[in-house]
Design a protein. Structure first.
Ligand SMILES: [Zn+2]
Length: 131
């Protein structure tokens, strides 16, 4: 491992339970590896995403946000397209999805990382309210 990769992994390990905006990761990396360039950071991030170590969360159109996922079984979110409200998914639902994957597809240990886009109940009722 190159030092920059180590610093990135360590940073994600130290912040396992948080969402990490790219800017914050970049600032941390510049502090520890001052000669690092943006391209290298992105290249490493892409690599970690493809390895399933971290995940890019589509939580904001303005910035890239990442999360450490390697040891996590379930991580999914519901995002309202109207008000932007974010809800964390519920594990019970995904136990059912995992069971269905076994029963229907004979598929095991799925990594259930998903973002659902839709409408929260408040926005849904406003959309469907009579004029
Ligand atoms: Zn909403």
């Amino acid at each position: 491992m190159t030092p920059s990769k180590e610093v990135i992994v360590q940073f994600f390990l130290d912040n396992k339970n948080r969402h990490i905006p790219f800017k914050e990761l970049q600032e941390e990396l510049y502090r520890k590896v001052p000669d690092l360039d943006r391209t290298t950071i992105y290249r490493n991030i892409e690599k970690f995403i493809s390895m399933g170590v971290i995940q890019e969360l589509a939580l904001s159109p303005k910035e890239k946000i990442y999360q450490y996922i390697f040891e996590k079984k379930v991580h999914h979110y519901y995002i309202c397209k109207a008000c932007g409200k974010i809800n964390k998914g519920n594990e019970t639902l995904f136990d059912k999805v995992e069971q269905a994957l076994k029963d229907v597809h004979d598929f095991y240990k799925a990594n259930l990382s998903l973002v659902f886009y839709g409408f929260c109940s408040k926005c849904e009722s406003e959309i469907n309210a009579p004029p």
